[in-house]
Design a protein around this ligand. Structure first.
Ligand code: C2E
Ligand code: MG
Ligand code: MG
Ligand code: MG
Length: 279
């Protein structure tokens, strides 16, 4: 609430602006200590092969249960972490956690980690990946880095170089939320993405018989096929949607229908078969 109640016209909308800014500052102060206070946890959401429906990988998704603010959604704290560059230490932590857990899974199961533009702009991000793999013992080919189109906006050349270095290590790169960004197709020509992730908004649109969404998924699948990239349909929530994206030719599926993001211990038991204890 504005202190000067006797002021001019401005004070009518100051209170909410002020409250927003204040809340952001409080969140930022808490987020700064989230790692050391052990408030962060990485959850894992299964990605299945569209045909056989077996789990092929998990996407690492960060969760923050703050002592001061309770559960804060990634949609809120990730942008804040990006604006304040806190995403650099936090993202490093996620990467290591994801690799550490993935190293305990069967060897044919991979892990996907979201990486922000801020992290790619660090001078030595590829070295950060090298260290995470070396320290956890995870083979490079089991790590997939997910980036959105926005990472190419600011310093596209540097971002591309870093991604190429990461690919040279043997990791793969996925293009996340495809179709929601500024979608220049130029970088599809110069960078060998392994997977294009079709954003949930198109899947939901197509499921409601929206012709434009259907046409876009068709076009993305056709383009990915000719570029020898796979496609993951995001946000598949029921059997009907799963059938639809399978018919449209998506090669992998992710969504609540096949599993919500879950704690590492649950993800592991989903893919590690019980071994017979008998000698
Ligand atoms: P994303 O990378 O596109 O991740 C997929 C989001 O869709 C996740 O939201 C997931 O929980 C949600 N989702 C999956 N299946 C369904 C479904 O069937 N229905 C619906 N309604 N939603 C579904 P989440 O976990 O809230 O994360 C939101 C975004 O925050 C992520 O989008 C990603 O951009 C960002 N994010 C999360 N963790 C990290 C991280 O460790 N680092 C960075 N840089 N970004 C992260
Ligand atoms: Mg992602
Ligand atoms: Mg996505
Ligand atoms: Mg998304």
């Amino acid at each position: 609430r504005a202190k000067d109640e006797g002021g001019g016209e401005h004070h009518y909308f100051e209170p909410s602006l002020h409250a927003d800014a204040e809340e952001r500052l409080k969140l930022e102060a808490s987020l700064r200590h989230a790692i050391s206070r052990e408030e962060l946890e990485v959850h894992f959401q299964p990605v299945v092969n569209a045909k056989a429906e077996n789990v092929v990988s998990f996407e690492a998704l960060l969760r923050w249960n703050s002592k001061e603010h309770g559960f804060v959604s990634p949609g809120k704290f990730i942008p804040l972490a990006e604006d304040t560059r806190l995403i650099v230490p936090i993202g490093d932590w996620v990467l290591r956690e994801a690799c550490r857990h993935a190293a305990t899974w069967p060897e044919d199961i991979r892990v996907a980690v979201n990486v922000s533009g801020e992290q790619l702009l660090e001078p030595n991000f590829a070295q950060t990946v090298v260290r995470a793999l070396a320290d956890t013992g995870l083979a490079a080919h089991r790590l997939e880095v997910e980036v959105t189109e926005s990472v190419f906006l600011r310093d596209g050349r540097h971002a591309r170089q870093t991604l190429e270095e990461i690919m040279d290590l043997g990791c793969s790169i996925a293009l996340d939320d495809f179709g929601t960004g500024y979608s220049s197709l130029g970088y599809l020509r110069t960078l060998r993405f392994s997977t294009i992730k079709v954003d949930r908004s198109f899947v939901q649109g197509a499921a409601q018989d929206n012709r434009e969404s259907l046409a876009i998924i068709n076009a993305v699948v056709a383009m990915a096929q000719s570029l020898e990239m796979s496609t993951t349909a995001e946000g598949v929530e029921d059997e009907k949607q799963a059938q639809m994206v399978r018919d449209l030719g998506c090669t992998k599926i992710q969504g609540y229908y096949f599993g919500r993001p879950m704690p590492a211990i649950e993800a592991r038991s989903l893919v590690v078969k019980r071994r017979n204890a008998a000698a």
